[in-house]
Design a protein around this ligand. Structure first.
Ligand code: ZN
Length: 179
């Protein structure tokens, strides 16, 4: 009996560890300054602020007026570049999944980029100030893998690419962005 209890504890601990490492998978089309369109999955922004918040870069660090805020990808539908990089800030208009639109400055270190994978699995990256437009293929809802707990914001996906498990449709429309 003791052995079974220990095993249950072990499985519970393992499930917790997987949960706390859960990923978010996004899919987007990125338009570069040459007019090329890149279809990119598993898109992240590499940025020091996001890492400390445990989001693995699934958000933009922005400034509007005097306030700074981190805007998660799940609230963003489209990012449109509206000017040049200046003093580590890039001006953009963000259209939210709620339909609202607003102008922000994205804060960058010099090397910050969007990273992801192309449809044929190669790694892709582009400087944020060179991505003229980013269109996320989601509306804020997601599917979840019951095995590895990964969240998939492309709800057209049916099975988990990591373990082949069928995805569960959560159907939750996340709250509109507060800004
Ligand atoms: Zn999975």
């Amino acid at each position: 009996m003791k052995k079974v209890g220990f095993l249950m504890l072990l499985i519970g601990g393992l499930a917790f560890a997987v949960e706390s490492m859960s990923k978010e998978i996004y899919y987007a089309e990125i338009f570069d300054s040459q007019g090329n369109i890149h279809k990119v999955s598993d898109i992240i922004v590499r940025d020091p602020y996001n890492k400390t918040r445990g989001r693995e870069g699934h958000s933009l660090y922005t400034k509007r007026g005097d306030s700074n805020q981190s805007i998660p990808f799940n609230k963003i539908k489209e990012i449109n570049l509206v000017g040049e990089l200046k003093d580590n800030y890039v001006p953009v208009i963000i259209r939210f999944t709620s339909g609202e639109e607003e102008k922000f400055l994205i804060y960058l270190r010099v090397s910050d980029k969007y990273y992801g994978k192309t449809t044929w699995g190669d790694s892709f990256s582009i400087e944020i100030e060179k991505a003229k437009k980013v269109i996320f293929k989601h509306d804020g809802r997601f599917k979840k893998c019951p095995l590895c707990n990964t969240l998939f914001y492309n709800t057209e996906m049916t099975e988990c690419p990591f373990d082949g498990e069928s995805l569960i449709y959560e159907g939750k429309l996340l709250k509109p962005a507060r800004h």
